[in-house]
Design a protein around this ligand. Structure first.
Ligand SMILES: [Zn+2]
Length: 491
C-alpha cells in the first residue's frame, strides 16, 4: 500500500472532524443548510491550521450527490474525486506560482465555462496574497459578478497583504492557532490508531514544538516514527526536537530556590557541554520558571501545561520550594536580562551572573522592611517623634447616607458628626502624629498588599533622615537588582 504521511492520511474529511475551528465550521455549515453560500470566501490564518481542508470539505458539501449538505457523504463519486484531488470542477491553484496578470487572465477564461460534472465550480487559490497588483485588478470584476454556481475560496497566511478591494468582496474567516491540548489529543488519537507508544510528555513536546499548527505536529510525529520506530522514547524525541533535558532545568531552579550560587557554574558548564545554543537554553529556562510560577499560582493547572501526571507532580514539588512571589520575582529578572544575553560578548559569563544574582534574591529586603528598620532605629536613638503605625482603621461611617429615603435630609443646622470621624483613632495613637491624621486628608486604610498607596511610606520618604538611609541602601540594592528598586518606589 502506498505510504501516506500522517498529514494526508489523517486529513479531516468532514466538518465535524476539523480541529479547533469551531466558529468557522459552524458558520459554513449553517450557510449550506440555509442556502446562503457566498460567492467568495477568504480563509486566513497561520500554516497548517485547516484552511485547505476546510475548502475541500466545503467543495464536497456543495457537490455531494446528497447535497448541498453540511455533512458530505464521502462515498459518492464527487466526494471521492475531491478527496483524491482529481475533480475537474474543483480547481486548486497555488497563488505563489500563478501570480501574474496572464495567469489570472487564463483563470478568468476558464471560469466562464460552467462546471462540467458537478453542481458548483470551486476555484481555490492558496497563498492568494502572492498575486501581483495587476493580477488582483484583473480578478476584481470576476469576483464582483462571478458566473452562476461558481464559488471562489482564497486562502492566505498573510491577511494584511490581501488588498482591501479583494477582502471586501469576500466573506472572511480567521482560522485560529490550534491549542496545545487539542493537538495533544489529536496526536494521541493517531498514536492509538497506528499502535505507537509515546508518553504524555512526548506528546506535549511535539504539541509545544508545533506552535499551534496541526500539520507541523503531524509531520513531527511522522519524523519521530521514522527515527524511533513504533516506540518513541522521550530521550530520542528530545534529540529530534532539539529539546534540552528537563532535569537540567530542574537543577537550575533548585539551585536558585535553595540559594546555592556555587552550583550555578558547574550547571552552566554542563549546558555548554550539551552543545545547545545558550540563547535557546535561556528561552527554555524562562519557560521552566514560568511553568513553576503557573503551578504555584493556579489551583488546577493540568489543562494549561503539556505535561502528564508524573511530570506535573515533579513540577509541583519543585514549585513548592518557594512562594509564588519569589517565582514571579525570578521570572521577571530572567525576562529583564534576556535582551542583554543577545548582545553579551561572553554569553556564558552573562548567564552565570544572572543566575548567581537570582540565587541571592531571597536576601533582598523589601522597602517596607527597611522602613520598619528605620523606625526601630529612630526609637532606639530617641529621635524626634515620627508618624508611626498603625494607620487608623477606616472609621465605620465615612459618608452621609446616599439615599435619604428613610431619613430626613439634613437640610438645616449643623452637619452631623460624621465628618469628624477620621480623627477618632488618632487619640489612641501612642505618639502625637497630627500630620498623618489631619481630618481633611483622606484616611486610606492600611493595606499591606499595596505599596503605592501607603501613606506611611510616602510620608517617611519625605523625611530627610529616611532619605539618607534609603540612599545608603541604594548601593546595596543596586548590586542585586530586585523587582522593588528604590528608584521605582520614588516615582
Ligand atoms: Zn458525497
Amino acid at each position: 500500500m502506498e505510504y501516506l504521511v500522517y498529514a494526508r492520511k489523517y486529513r479531516p474529511k468532514t466538518f465535524e472532524d476539523m480541529i479547533g475551528q469551531k466558529a468557522v465550521v459552524q458558520t459554513l455549515q449553517n450557510a449550506i443548510k440555509n442556502n446562503r453560500v457566498a460567492q467568495a470566501y477568504l480563509f486566513s490564518g497561520m500554516r497548517g491550521v485547516g484552511k485547505t481542508t476546510a475548502a475541500r470539505i466545503l467543495a464536497k458539501a456543495l457537490n455531494c450527490v446528497q447535497g448541498p449538505t453540511p455533512t458530505p457523504c464521502n462515498v459518492c463519486e464527487s466526494c471521492r474525486e475531491i478527496d483524491d484531488d482529481r475533480s475537474i470542477d474543483v480547481l486548486e491553484i497555488d497563488g505563489a506560482s500563478n501570480r501574474g496578470i496572464d495567469d489570472i487572465r487564463s483563470l478568468r477564461e476558464s471560469v466562464k465555462y460552467k462546471a462540467l460534472r458537478s453542481r458548483t465550480k470551486i476555484i481555490y487559490i492558496d497563498e492568494v496574497h502572492q498575486i501581483t497588483k495587476d493580477g488582483f485588478n484583473a480578478l476584481l470584476k470576476t469576483l464582483e459578478e462571478p458566473p452562476p454556481n461558481t464559488v471562489f475560496i482564497f486562502a492566505t497566511t498573510e491577511f494584511n497583504k490581501v488588498p482591501a478591494t479583494i477582502v471586501s468582496r469576500c466573506q472572511h474567516f480567521e482560522f485560529k492557532r490550534v491549542s496545545q491540548r487539542e493537538i495533544r489529543n489529536h496526536l494521541n488519537g493517531i498514536a492509538g490508531k497506528e499502535g505507537l507508544t509515546i508518553s504524555d510528555y512526548g506528546l506535549g513536546l511535539i504539541a509545544q514544538a508545533s506552535d499551534g499548527s496541526i500539520r507541523d505536529a503531524q509531520s513531527l510525529l511522522d519524523q519521530s516514527v521514522s527515527f524511533c520506530g513504533d516506540a518513541i522514547g522521550d530521550p530520542e524525541l528530545q534529540e529530534i526536537l532539539g529539546v534540552i533535558n528537563r532535569a537540567l532545568f530542574f537543577e537550575f531552579s533548585t539551585a536558585v530556590a535553595e540559594e546555592k550560587a556555587d552550583a550555578v557554574f558547574a550547571l552552566t558548564d554542563r549546558v555548554i557541554e550539551t552543545g545547545h545554543d545558550l540563547r535557546h537554553f535561556y528561552k527554555e529556562l524562562i519557560r521552566h520558571f514560568r511553568d513553576l510560577l503557573l503551578v504555584r499560582t493556579v489551583e488546577d493547572p493540568k489543562n494549561l501545561l503539556p505535561f502528564g501526571a508524573e511530570d506535573m507532580t515533579g513540577l509541583k514539588t519543585e514549585a513548592a520550594k518557594a512562594s509564588a512571589e519569589e517565582w514571579l520575582r525570578w521570572l521577571q529578572a530572567l525576562q529583564n536580562a534576556e535582551a542583554g544575553l543577545k548582545f553579551a560578548a561572553h554569553p556564558q559569563i552573562f548567564l552565570e551572573t544572572v543566575l548567581v544574582r537570582l540565587c541571592h534574591f531571597k536576601k533582598i529586603v523589601s522597602i517596607r522592611d527597611i522602613l520598619k528598620d528605620v523606625e526601630e532605629m529612630k526609637k532606639s536613638e530617641g529621635g524626634a517623634p515620627e508618624p508611626r503605625r498603625p494607620i487608623p482603621p477606616p472609621p465605620p461611617v465615612m459618608r452621609p447616607p446616599d439615599r435619604p429615603s428613610d431619613r430626613p435630609a439634613p437640610a438645616a443646622g449643623p452637619k452631623p458628626a460624621l465628618k469628624a470621624a477620621p480623627t477618632i483613632p488618632a487619640a489612641e495613637s501612642k505618639s502625637p502624629a497630627p500630620k498623618a491624621l489631619a481630618p481633611d486628608e483622606p484616611a486610606v486604610p492600611a493595606e499591606p498588599a499595596t505599596f503605592r498607596r501607603d501613606p506611611l511610606r510616602e510620608m517617611a520618604l519625605k523625611d530627610p533622615s529616611v532619605m539618607l538611609f534609603v540612599n545608603k541602601l541604594k548601593g546595596r540594592m543596586g548590586v542585586v537588582d530586585g523587582p522593588v528598586s528604590v528608584k521605582d518606589e520614588e516615582e
